[in-house]
Design a protein. Structure first.
Length: 477
C-alpha cells in the first residue's frame, strides 16, 4: 500500500480537515487560491480528506478515507457549514490490503447541501491528455521544496492526464518548463478529492485522489506521480447505489422546529403543553443537536428547566456532553455540567480527552475532569486515537495536568494510532520534566512506534540532546 493516509495528519494537528495542494514554485500563490475558490461549491471536507459534491445529499470520496472510521466521522464541511453523514458505502471490490484499486466510496448526507454546485460523473473513456483541476486545502508546498506548512487555505491546481488504466488515471508533477500554467498536485491528507474535467462549462468529476508514487523523490516535489481512481469505470455502481439507497429520515416534532429556528416564543408553549418530548430519545437527540450545532444556548437552557432525560441523548454515538465539547461549545458544556444528576452516567464516552483537547489554557480543566470522573467518565478513553494524557503532553505547560491525570489512573503507556506514547511525544518535543514524570510512573522507554522508533530514536532524530542524555541515564539505553 502506498497511500498518503489521513490519520497521521489528524493526530499531529488535531485537524478536522487537512487536504493539500502543492504548487509551482515560480507562480504566485494567489492564483491557485483564486482557482480553488472557483470550485469551493463543488468540494467538501471530512476529517483528513476531501470529497466531491455530486448531488445535494451525496458526496464521492476515496474508500480508504472512510473505511473503518464510521464511528468518528459525523459530518462534513461545505463552504464552512457542517452537514451530517447518514451512511457510507464502500465500493464492493475495495480491499484495504490492496487499496490502490477500487478506492471509491459514497457518503450519503442527512442534511442536504442546497447551496452547492454538484459535479456530474464523467462517463467518457477519453480522459488521456485531458486537462483537469484539483482542489484541496491545508498543507501547502511547492515543487522545489515539497511540503511547507499547513494553513487550511483552499487552492486549486491544474494538470494533464498522462496515463489511463481500467482503474486509474495518472499525473506527473512537471517542472515549470513542461507544466500547465497552474500546474500542481495534491498531497498528504488530500485523498478523496476531485479531478475535475470541464466540458462546455460543465463540471465533471473524472477521478478521486488515491495515492502518490515518489520513486525515491521527496513528497510533493517535481516529477512525482499521482494516481486517481477512475470514475468512468464505476458509473454503474455509483448510480445504482444512489438510486437504491433510501433517503435519510430525521425525527420531526415542534420542539425540533423551534430549536432549529431559534424561536423562544415558539418553543415555550410547546415545551409546556406536552411533556412527552422530555423522555423521547429521538426528539431530544435531534433537538439538542440543533441547539449545539446552531449555538442556541438560551433555548437549551429553557428546555433544561423541564429536566429532560439527557442520558437518552445520542448524537452520532456521542452523549450531549461529548458532542458539545466536540463542537467547541464550552459554555454549552458547562451549562450541561451544572445539570448533572445523581443518576447521570458518562461512562463509554470520550469526555475526558475531549476536555483536554478542546479546553487549551483553561484554568478550570482539572475541576471539570474531577466532576466527570465522578460520573463514570473513563480517564483512558480516546478521541481520534488520543487519550487525555497524550493530548495533555502537547499543551504548554503540560506537567501539572499530566501529573493530575496519572494520579487518577491515566495509562502512561497508551499508544495512539501511530504507536506513539506520551514518552515518545515528550522526547520529540524535548520536555525533560515530562519525560522524567512518565518514567517514574512506569513509562516503557523501549516501546517502539509503528515506524520502529523508540523515544531515544525520536529524540536523536529531532536533536533533543537533553532527552537523549536523560534516557541514557535513567533507562540504561
Amino acid at each position: 500500500m502506498r497511500k498518503i493516509l489521513p490519520i497521521l495528519w489528524i493526530v499531529l494537528f488535531l485537524a478536522e480537515s487537512a487536504a493539500a495542494i502543492i504548487i509551482r514554485h515560480d507562480v504566485e500563490d494567489s492564483q491557485y487560491r483564486k482557482l480553488g475558490e472557483t470550485y469551493s461549491s463543488s468540494t467538501a471536507y471530512l476529517r483528513g480528506c476531501a470529497a466531491t459534491l455530486i448531488a445535494p445529499t451525496w458526496l464521492l470520496t476515496a474508500a480508504h478515507c472512510v473505511d473503518g472510521r464510521g464511528g468518528e466521522l459525523f459530518d462534513v464541511r461545505h463552504l464552512e457549514e457542517r452537514y451530517r453523514i447518514a451512511d457510507i458505502s464502500l465500493h464492493p471490490n475495495y480491499d484495504d490490503n490492496n487499496d490502490e484499486v477500487f478506492d471509491l466510496a459514497l457518503i450519503q448526507l442527512k442534511d442536504a447541501i442546497h447551496d452547492g454546485h454538484p459535479a456530474e460523473l464523467y462517463r467518457g473513456t477519453d480522459e488521456l491528455d485531458k486537462d483537469v483541476v484539483f482542489v484541496g486545502r491545508g498543507v501547502f508546498g511547492n515543487g522545489r521544496e515539497g511540503l511547507l506548512a499547513r494553513d487550511r487555505v483552499e487552492r486549486g491546481a491544474t494538470n494533464t492526464v498522462l496515463t489511463v488504466s481500467p482503474q486509474l488515471i495518472g499525473f506527473r508533477f512537471n517542472k515549470p518548463e513542461k507544466a500547465t500554467e497552474l500546474e500542481g498536485i495534491s498531497a498528504r491528507g488530500d485523498s478523496g478529492g476531485p479531478a475535475f474535467i470541464i466540458v462546455d462549462s460543465k463540471r465533471y468529476v473524472a477521478g478521486v485522489s488515491s495515492w502518490q508514487e515518489g520513486n525515491g523523490l521527496r513528497e510533493g516535489t517535481y516529477d512525482v506521480f499521482e494516481y486517481y481512481t477512475r470514475v468512468s469505470s464505476h458509473i454503474d455502481w455509483l448510480e445504482k447505489t444512489m438510486r437504491e439507497t433510501q433517503p435519510a429520515t430525521l425525527p420531526s416534532h415542534p420542539i425540533i422546529d423551534a430549536m432549529s429556528s431559534g424561536s423562544l416564543a415558539q418553543l415555550e408553549p410547546i415545551a409546556r403543553a406536552d411533556k412527552g418530548w422530555a423522555t423521547d430519545g429521538a426528539v431530544l437527540s435531534e433537538a439538542f443537536y440543533q441547539a449545539v450545532a446552531n449555538d442556541r444556548l438560551d433555548l437549551a437552557r429553557h428546555l433544561l428547566t423541564y429536566s429532560p432525560s439527557l442520558e437518552l441523548v445520542r448524537i452520532h454515538r456521542m452523549s450531549i456532553f461529548d458532542y458539545a465539547l466536540d463542537r467547541g461549545r464550552v459554555e454549552f458544556f458547562d451549562t450541561l455540567l451544572g445539570k448533572l444528576t445523581e443518576g447521570t452516567d458518562l461512562s463509554g464516552g470520550a469526555t475526558v480527552p475531549l476536555l483536554v483537547s478542546r479546553l487549551e489554557d483553561d484554568q478550570e480543566i482539572m475541576t471539570r475532569i474531577e466532576l466527570v470522573l465522578a460520573k463514570g467518565a473513563d480517564i483512558n478513553a480516546a478521541a481520534s486515537g488520543e487519550t487525555a494524557l497524550l493530548s495533555a503532553g502537547w499543551r504548554e505547560p503540560s506537567l501539572p495536568l499530566m501529573k493530575f491525570l496519572i494520579e487518577r489512573g491515566a495509562d502512561v503507556n497508551f499508544a495512539n494510532r501511530n504507536g506513539d506514547t506520551a514518552l515518545i511525544d515528550a522526547a520529540e518535543m524535548g520536555k525533560v520534566d515530562v519525560l522524567n514524570l512518565l518514567l517514574v510512573h512506569g513509562a516503557k522507554p523501549r516501546h517502539q512506534n509503528k515506524r520502529g522508533e523508540t523515544a531515544l530514536d525520536v529524540a536523536k532524530k529531532h536533536g533533543q540532546e537533553a532527552i537523549v542524555e536523560t534516557l541514557r541515564a535513567r533507562g540504561g539505553l
